[in-house]
Design a protein around this ligand. Structure first.
Ligand code: URA
Length: 492
């Protein structure tokens, strides 16, 4: 039996494999070992005269011509996490070298395994590019040294794709310095050069290994940015599937940081309830989400869809129960989510201008949203609005219907497409209905733009045009409500 000890890299395997082929060493007579794993002193590589980690340059190498596809497959499969992969890849190469081209076909059992491994690795590469989240270390971070990278990220790749994706990020992130830490090592980019530190089984014992330092850095960073008032463990799931979060190093920090927090009792309750649940969340049909249970008695207890997990609180409508006009927005924004009241942020301030121009007062109106929980995604440290899915809008229609039944307004103004779809129970194009008056269940419904559409306009005059259109709709709503009142007062 030949024992070949190599570094755990494709280049090292390739070099050793070509030498083994040159010496016609059959796959079943080689035991592949990784340098640094197991009892190194017991390893006496026979094939490379006791120095298999860096085989002597003079060793003859076989000339193997392989197709581009096979080369790509081998390279990708080499990143598959499986201790048997080097032996397997050598068998593939051996068969190919022996003229057996079927080994590169998915119809062959080795070929099929090769394809499967390569596919899994390509997926892991894609996932890593898509799901790595760099966070900017800001000046207030508990930074233990001045030469720390500007951006840091923690990630657990399914396969050994750190080096590959580090090169990808190095090409795309310019001169920004960064660190990606993983359980098996770290990649550092100082703006000009990439350093990869692998954590091998042996180096796990070494307290000051770079990967350990990287993890310590990450934990220090995470602790310094932790904001208990904002923490939402499950919100992170919005950005990446649960499997990318399992076992995060900061996972063990979170419970103690939460319990130390002065605020956030609600979060603690969520964490203890949700945190013990295994598995990952599966989207469910809104109507069947709680088939066997009574409808939640208060909005805050609503679990008709998953949005409650990510929001600070449900935001109920506000205004007099006998309001003649109801305004329906889309969903609470960042500020509404924190305040627990609708339309208190920038869109609300613009809406106030339109309300005033229409000769109405906010106090006389009932303001609510189609969706009662804030749906968001994280951009840096900002929570950005994310449009609710029809399923979530449908789930929340339950609450909107109750509000309308209670208030019984003469006129409803829908702000934006989501509100209109919620009211009409179907996805509808806003431009088809804008400024038209519809009769819905005895209420006069007028659709107009959402104030945030005005906020998104680049130029002042465009913003003014949208604002004027909203104000005109509100004026029309006032006139309609007045007319209905007059009709009700008029003797029959
Ligand atoms: N946008 C909405 O649609 N509703 C709010 O409450 C705030 C912003």
């Amino acid at each position: 039996m030949h024992i070949v000890t190599i570094e755990d890299t494709f280049a090292a395997w390739r070099e050793a494999a070509l030498q083994a082929l040159a010496q016609r060493v059959a796959p079943e007579t080689i035991e592949w070992r990784i340098a640094g794993e197991g009892d190194d002193h017991a390893v006496r590589p026979t094939l490379f005269d006791g120095d298999a980690v860096t085989p002597p340059a003079s060793k003859a190498r076989a000339e193997v011509r392989i197709s581009r596809d096979l080369a790509e497959l081998l390279k990708d499969a080499a990143l598959y996490r499986d201790t048997a992969r080097w032996a397997f890849l050598y068998r593939v190469l051996w068969r190919w070298h022996g003229g057996d081209r079927s080994v590169a076909s998915p119809a062959d059992s080795d070929g099929a395994r090769l394809y499967k491994m390569a596919k899994a690795v390509r997926r892991a590469k894609h996932d890593m590019i898509a799901y790595v989240r760099f966070r900017l270390r800001d000046a207030g971070d508990a930074a233990p040294a001045p030469d720390l990278p500007e951006y840091v990220a923690w990630y657990e790749p399914e396969h050994d794709v750190l080096a590959w994706s580090a090169e990808h990020f190095a090409r795309r992130m310019g001169r920004s310095t960064w660190l990606i830490s993983t359980p098996d090592g770290a990649a550092w980019w100082d703006g000009t050069a990439l350093r990869l530190e692998r954590r091998t089984a042996r180096s796990n014992d070494h307290r000051h290994h770079a990967a350990d330092e990287a993890e310590a850095l990450w934990l220090a960073y995470y602790r310094s940015t932790f904001n208990p008032a904002r923490v939402n463990e499950t919100a992170l799931e919005q950005h990446m599937p649960v499997r990318f979060w399992k076992g995060l190093p900061e996972g063990r920090l979170i419970p103690s940081m939460i319990s130390e927090a002065k605020r956030g009792a609600r979060r603690v309750a969520q964490a203890s309830g949700v945190g013990v649940l295994g598995g990952k969340s599966v989207p469910v049909d809104a109507q069947s989400a709680q088939p066997a249970r009574q409808q939640p008695s208060t909005l805050d207890a609503c679990r008709r869809c998953e949005l409650w997990r990510h929001a600070t609180q449900a935001v109920d409508g506000i205004g007099p129960d006998d309001a003649r006009i109801v305004l329906i927005g889309e969903q609470p924004g960042d500020q509404e989510d924190l305040a627990g009241k609708p339309f208190v942020g920038p869109a609300g301030r613009l809406l106030d201008v339109a309300i005033e121009r229409a000769g109405l007062s906010r106090d006389s109106l009932y303001l609510t949203n189609a969706v009662k929980h804030f749906k968001w995604m994280l951009r840096g440290k900002r929570r950005l609005h994310k449009t609710a899915a029809q399923q979530e809008i449908d789930a929340c229609a339950y609450w909107l219907e109750r509000e309308l039944d209670r208030v019984k307004p003469a006129v409803v103004v829908t702000l934006g497409a989501t509100a209109l779809s919620a009211l009409l129970h179907e996805k509808i194009s806003l431009s088809d209905c804008i400024d038209r008056t519809l009769d819905v269940d005895g209420m006069q419904v007028i659709a107009t733009w959402h104030p945030s559409y005005a906020l998104r306009q680049q130029h002042d005059d465009a913003r003014e045009r949208v604002l004027a259109a909203i104000a005109a709709t509100l004026t029309r709503a006032r006139e309609l409500a007045d007319a209905v009142r007059e009709r009700q007062r008029a003797p029959h």
